[in-house]
Ligand binder design. Sequence first.
Ligand code: BYC
Length: 306
Amino acid sequence: MAEMSEAARLTDFEARIDRGEKIEPGDWMPDAYRQNLIRMISQHAHSEIVGQLPEGKWIPYAPGFRRKLTLIAKVQDEAGHGQLLYAAAESLGKTREAMMDELLSGKAKYANVFNYPTPHWADVGVIGWLVDTAAVINQTMLAQSSYGPYGRAMRRICYEESFHIKQGYDAVLAMARGTAAQRLAAQEAIDRWWYPTLMMSGPPDSMSTHSRLALRWRIKTKSNEQVRQEFVDHIVPQIRALGLTVPDADCAFDAATGHHRYTQPDWEELKRVVSGHGPCNQERLAVRRKAHEEGRWVREALQVAS
Ligand code: BYC
């Protein structure tokens, strides 16, 4: 009897999804839907928080007052996005402390891109332009997510991320129109970030463990490959318009498909980087642990005050 009612609930839940209704925190949902969302939203929140670090490092060295102010604002925005997303994940029943423990212990994943170094100011521009473009394309899709709090958080975040793209593009534009050394630095940063940014949309559909259920329940509304292709089609003409080069000799527009062909990234590298073995994983987590310890007294004071 109980089993029947569970099956009926699932049918009703899937009918709601098919009608395009939003699922809200108090609603019945299959446990796999809840767990998949907690996993994805908490990883997303961690990405925003750790994502402050590669660019944040450049705040003291930003070339000029205007660029410094814009970069500070961008990095602060990412912290705000992290808070919104932790709140969305909390609405599914996971505590913020548990999520934080998973991040600081190295158990939780976060976006691969933030485990690479930023040796030049040009990396800040290229992250804002390329990485944020890939993020916005993905997040515009996630704004349609069947889980109400996630979709609403995405809409707010996309407004701000769109401004981040302009900030990054403007920095790269200045370099592309600058001296030969500046153009070279911009090109080298594109060379560094191209493949990690392609990996950001996730593994190919055939290797993706969560996509099947996520698509069925409209947690995601496009596959990893669809999102990556949209990014490539969007960004390749922009890179070339600045007189810069896509670091993939085989990347070309294919009139037959209406899309750009591109070389697949090294998917073994993605696995290594997201499982703690990228160039900067240890450094990123060490900075987060230090910040967490230094903020302990604030959390304790707030607990006493409440
Ligand atoms: N990086 O079955 P799959 C930003 C993991 S921050 C790390 O395809 P799914 C910004 C995946 O988690 C915005 N891990 O998974 C901030 C799974 O591992 P587990 C970042 C990755 O979830 C500051 C396994 O591989 N955006 O914009 O269906 C400054 C199998 O993958 C990655 C988001 O977080 C990766 N790239 O699809 C500047 C978007 N790819 O959990 C900018 C939200 C795969 O089984 N997340 N993995 O251990 C998503 O859209 C999806 O989770 C993904 C993966 C497309 C990333």
